[in-house]
Design a protein around this ligand. Sequence first.
Ligand code: SAH
Length: 632
Amino acid sequence: MTIVSNFSDPQPPLSKGGYGGIVFIAPTPVGYRLGLQLWDGLPFQELWTRESTLDSIAPPGDRPVKTYRDSLAPVVAECWTRATQLIFVLPVGAVVRLIAPLLQQKATDPGVVAIAETGQFVVSVSGGHLGGADALTRRCAAVLGAEPVVTSASEGQQLPALDLLGRPYGWQRGRGDWTKIAAFITQQKPISVKQACGESLWQQMLPEGHPFRFDVEDDSLPQLWISDRLPPEENEEKTGRSRVCWHPRTLWLGLGCERGTAAEFIEASIRQVLRDRGLAWESVAGIASIALKQDEVAFQTLGDRYHWPRRFFNADELSQPSVPNPSEVVEQAVGTPSVAEAAALLSAQSQELLVTKQVFKGDGGACTIAVARASREYNPRRGHLYLIGSGPGSLNQLTAAARSALLDCDVVLGYGLYLDLLRPLFHPNQIVEASQITQEVQRAERAVALAQQGLTVGMVSSGDCGIYGMAGLVLECLAQNHWDGRSPSVEVMPGITALQAVAARVGAPLMHDFCAISLSNLMTPWEVIEKRLEAAARADFVVALYNPRSRTRTEGIEIALEIFRRWRSSQTPVAIARSLYRPGESVQCLTLEEVDVTQIDMLTVLLIGNSSTFLHRGHIITPRGYSVGASS
Ligand code: SAH
């Protein structure tokens, strides 16, 4: 099936990761410098400072720095309406005074974050959930190496925030008493959950003893309702039940109309159809019709107004699905027996027609409406893949950028051991999926599939993600899926690889040309490995040996050492490092002749010096070629 014209799907107002439109306000030179530091890690829309600050520090060439002269209050008032978040480098008290007259309601106010001038603390001041201030606080803190101060109640209980629950999947919030249900959760009262459609990934991450009761028919419990239908109204009135609703976008509307029918008339008709069937307006995924209606003004108006994608199919395509109400008249007019029903089914890519063709006639024109349900919700967000190198182990060795990227993820995937090392960094709104070490291909395909669903996905490899890690495999999977290079977008966050880690532990052995060779012959034929070992040994490279010896693969390391012993002196320094920067780390410096292979396993990396590398009191040094001592 081809989509004749997909136009461009409307993107949600926020950019990648939900941080579009951040305005940074730092009156003083110190704060302004913090802003410049953060700018690389976070997409600010603009940075404001006092005019006099620029006397001492020039703005970076290509970035929009704005200045004010006297009072900050009008600047804040002006930014309030268009920013998604505001970050201040000011005392919390000053921030509170500035925003107090502007605060209206949680659902629309921007998130507000305050950073201490010392750069030590980042505080989520208001709009923690819906305004994104909690998430932004964590990311600023990660980039600055500061302490995040987040005081939302759900944080303490390791539970996902209910008012953010469906965001990654593009669900829309429906009616509900959000504050009341949040209070129930804080008091650890049980909440019944009715999820009829939409992604259930969020259920995976609930901690032990969580308050959610799935499919429990107990009307006395407050309820989390996840459906493209509205909850049954009577119950609510009978029991005074508290409820919050999320609506996955599963409903595709097939539309036909007389040319020039008013958008208002079509909208009112749609509202009536949905209301009569108990379907949620918020669950509308998009609208579909016949190709010759691409320029129908009402469809454009409704699409723009509600961020609905529009799908158009030609008559041949619309003739394919079997529909309950084919019409000869329609067939004679436009070449297909069905427009509304067929377009609904095709756009939903399903057989489930919830509402057969309904015809509306009035002063504003005439239209037909049918509704089909897609098996998977439409998510308007563009997926993003972070390919993250988590470094050798300790959180200290994780780059600030990688840390910030990890915080931005909806889902983090990786081998269990590496994810365990990162565990303290995750927050309860994230899904963390650990997998076995042998399941690399499945893991990469899973990451791609989730990103294609519109999620922000982090794929973690230890060390560097692109050195015997998952980055290449994920990109290969994307390439095989006819990836256009942009959607999902991909960002590779480098990490400290094992060879750098071992080098740092033993001195400076990589000061001259070096290479890495993996001894794993699972995917590389041993002849190739042996050829490279021989070439590296002959060419006098310092060599790091990755994957040196497994329980079943014990011979390779013997052959490798034999090759080096042939080309290098028996006194060549060698470092054998196990579990670098992890608990139980061991590092040994010895000579080529002393190496005992039984000490080597898959948690070990070996480093073999070149012909000029020397050992000095427990340090391995490879000369760069300077004449040391000659300068005096
Ligand atoms: N992407 C990783 C390498 C993965 S291959 C990186 O860039 O470091 C796995 C091999 O890397 C292991 O068999 C071992 O040889 C080496 N390795 C990775 N982390 C290590 C660590 N912390 N200590 C010692 N060796 C390590």
